[in-house]
Design a protein around this ligand. Structure first.
Ligand code: 5RP
Length: 231
């Protein structure tokens, strides 16, 4: 029986192998945040000469990559990114995700938006039929915390402030429980429209292109029903 940590390392190793097959010496790799991504950084670091550099979605990942000798660029200096690799808190069969358990959702969404391909790396416990069991993180401007929380309650959620946590952007996180997200892209658009919301952890308007899912049986690939690319 593999532990969850071993499953994370296995999917990270598979993602590193996949990433290296997509990258060349001029490529910039987008890197997400979290414990699974930490394993991915460890797995790709010995091969850092095979790509130009990385762009990071958090101070945490930046530090880890620099410590391991991976060059990290500012996103402002990057125009093209073949690949973005990140974990998720939940992913459904339509490749919609809840992210932001580590609080890096806004930078993750920004970096992912530049990449041509989003590769999600998870263990099988994160694959769900309907998103929402994991409380949805919503990053808010601190002065708007209560007005946004009231709107989220009207929308059927139970928001709770992530106590003592400030994002890399100087903002706060409301974790919204009690949701059953059956129309993820529509719901994401509604959340994006609330004044005071910086971004939400729903990645549905633009979801993952490919998921690598590790379980006791090995690492399998999952594609969305409308996947355009032959990955
Ligand atoms: C951070 C994230 C992470 O990808 C998500 O929380 C999964 O983390 P982990 O790999 O530690 O389970 O969105 O903001």
């Amino acid at each position: 029986m593999f532990t969850q940590d071993e499953l994370k390392r296995k999917v990270a190793a598979a993602a590193a192998e996949y990433a290296l097959s997509c990258l060349d010496a001029d490529s910039v790799l987008g890197v997400g945040t979290g414990s699974t991504v930490d394993c991915f950084i460890d797995a790709i670091a010995p091969h850092r000469e095979r790509f130009r550099a990385a762009v990071s979605s958090s101070e945490r990942s930046t530090q880890r990559m620099r410590d391991l000798g991976i060059k990290v660029l500012d996103l402002n200096d990057v125009e093209d990114m073949p690949l973005y690799v990140d974990g998720a808190d939940e992913i459904d069969h339509g490749m919609n995700m809840i992210k932001g358990g580590g609080g890096a959702l806004t930078r993750e969404k920004i970096v992912a938006s530049v990449a041509r391909q989003f590769v999600c790396i998870v263990d099988a416990s994160k694959v769900v039929d309907v998103l929402g069991t994991f409380p949805l993180p919503v990053e808010v401007i601190p002065m708007a915390r209560n007005v946004v929380a009231r709107r989220l309650r009207e929308m059927g959620g139970e928001p709770r402030l992530r106590e003592g946590f400030i994002t890399d952007n100087g903002c706060e996180i409301l974790d919204v429980a009690g949701l059953k997200i059956t129309q993820p892209a529509q719901f994401e658009a509604q959340l994006n429209d609330i004044p005071g919301v910086v971004s939400c952890g729903l990645f549905a308007i633009s979801g993952a292109d490919l998921a690598l899912v590790s379980s006791q049986e090995g690492v399998r690939r999952m594609h969305g029903p409308t996947a355009q690319r032959d990955i």
